[in-house]
Design a protein around this ligand. Structure first.
Ligand code: NAD
Length: 298
């Protein structure tokens, strides 16, 4: 299977490497020379343009920063140069409107397209264990699942075009809100003289149980792999969470949905970023709620 992989950044680099590791021919393109070099070290064939990458592709995969990049790359470079038989899959996290617009253009031009954003972050991208949420025509799904397999732990069809992006922003809105709730609870527990480990032991087996407590606990100790144990370095950047919450708020405004807690979460993560901590893991928001930013500044 010949893969064209466009966008070899923090996520795309590892994803393209896993396609090559699975024995697929990967023609890789990025605007960054460093990213191209890494792709070459990982078994991909670097090329000089999107047009060159897609010209003989069976599958085109894009992993780009945001909606405008995706619209432009497809309109200017993928549609005019890829064979009509190529399966086009955008794995970037973008607005639902852009995903649907690109899907409509793809259909007009005779291509099969899917929006397939991911959950899992850079560690899962490197390990080939991402969760894909896919918006596509039902009959196209088996081909899409096969194309994504080397990068995937689980691939689920969400529905028609745009619903993959809808699933991604709704899921991350839950995550942003739940993390703030968990952080507030740990900060209150401390004020009340309740030990963090004791609260973890109880809440993780009670009705407050959720991923933000059991897998990603924002206080160090109970979950050793969580970023709270390493000064909130690495993990899922607050700026990324803010991007997803903005997409959710934008979608809520356009669709008429009422999401007051999503709006509050967006405002808090915007403050986190403005204070200079957008590069820190999103669970570091606990320090803002504690009123103690020293632990983040180090
Ligand atoms: P990144 O900025 O590291 O990578 C994006 C890459 O796209 C860059 O290398 C950039 O040079 C390249 N690029 C931009 N325009 C291009 C063009 N016209 N042609 C070719 N390459 C181009 O970002 P990332 O962290 O890899 O994220 C990519 C997408 O995945 C985003 O939409 C992000 O929201 C989403 N995502 C990221 C994470 C994460 O933890 N980083 C998790 C889930 C989803």
């Amino acid at each position: 299977m010949r893969i064209a992989f466009i966008g070899l950044g923090n996520m795309g680099g590892g994803m393209a490497a896993n396609q090559a590791k699975a024995g697929r021919q990967v023609a890789a393109f990025d605007l960054s020379a460093d990213a191209l070099k890494r792709a070459s070290d990982n078994g991909c064939s670097p090329v000089g343009s999107v047009a060159e990458a897609v010209k003989d592709a069976d599958v085109v995969i894009t992993m780009l920063p945001a909606g405008p990049h995706v619209r432009k790359v497809y309109a200017d470079e993928v549609f005019p140069n890829a064979p009509r038989s190529a399966l086009l899959i955008d794995c970037s996290t973008i607005d639902v409107e852009s995903a649907r617009a690109v899907a409509a253009q793809a259909r007009e031009q005779g291509f099969t397209f899917a929006d397939a954003p991911v959950s899992g972050g850079t560690m899962a991208a490197d390990a080939g264990t991402l969760a894909f949420m896919v918006g596509c025509d039902a009959e196209a799904f088996p081909r899409i699942e096969e194309a994504l397999a080397p990068m995937s732990r689980v691939t689920i069809r969400a529905g028609d075009h745009g619903t993959g992006q809808a699933a991604k922003i709704c899921n991350n809105m839950v995550l942003g809100i739940s993390m703030i709730g968990v952080c507030e609870a740990f900060a209150l527990a401390e004020r009340l003289g309740l030990d963090g480990q004791a609260f973890f032991d109880i809440a993780s087996k009670s009705s407050g149980q959720c991923w933000s407590i059991t897998t990603y606990c924002p206080v160090p100790g109970p979950v050793p792999a969580a970023p709270s144990n390493r000064g909130f370095e690495g993990g899922f950047a607050g700026a990324m969470m803010l991007k997803d919450l903005k997409l959710a708020q934008d979608a809520a405004a356009k669709s008429g949905a009422t999401t007051p807690l999503g709006a509050q979460a967006e405002a808090l993560f915007a403050l986190y970023e403005r204070l200079g901590f957008g590069g820190k893991d999103f669970s570091g928001i606990i320090q803002l709620l504690r009123g103690d930013l020293k632990a983040l500044a180090g």
